[in-house]
Ligand binder design. Structure first.
Ligand SMILES: [Zn+2]
Length: 163
């Protein structure tokens, strides 16, 4: 466990899913029973791991952790960890201003906005302005690691499923 992401990075959207997944997994809760600090370390590692690998089986992740720990994350996929938080803040502001503080996906204006990678970061999307867009918290959680096309398709199915 030599390299650690900065604190701000843990507050990204992936944290929400990682913590939820971990909380609901009986195997994990078994392994880390009465070891809250190790559980937290695993959680932080899992966030980085799932960013590096995209959606992988949770069991695979546990196995990787038990064998190799932090070092099993490929270094070339760790760019987010090396990211400059001040730079990201400035970039976010530029994206929000360009998009008039409006969610690209539902048209909501203002509120809690986030920067979405149209092509997900975990799937090779870049931090270029062209790949960044404004999303409200709800849309961004729903989109997660889908591409824009996949998300639109998902939304369409969800709406027709609700009827
Ligand atoms: Zn939205």
């Amino acid at each position: 466990m030599s390299v650690k992401p900065p604190i701000w990075w843990y507050q990204s959207m992936d944290e929400y899913y990682a913590r939820k997944k971990i909380k609901e997994d009986p195997e994990i809760n078994n392994i880390f029973e009465d070891k809250p600090q190790e559980l937290e370390e695993f959680t932080l590692w899992y966030i980085a791991y799932s960013s590096a690998y995209g959606s992988v089986g949770f069991t695979t992740a546990i196995y990787e952790w038990l064998t190799n720990g932090w070092d099993s994350i490929p270094k070339d996929r760790m760019r987010m960890i090396e990211y400059d938080p001040e730079g990201w803040k400035a970039l976010s502001k530029a994206v929000f201003e360009r998009d008039n503080y409006t969610c690209t996906y539902c048209g909501e204006i203002g509120g809690q906005l986030e920067v979405d990678h149209k092509r997900p970061w975990s799937r090779g999307g870049t931090d270029d302005m062209d790949n960044l867009t404004t999303a409200c918290l709800r849309c961004n959680r729903q989109k997660h690691d889908k591409t824009v096309d996949e998300f639109m398709e998902w939304k369409k199915n969800k709406i027709s499923g609700d009827e």
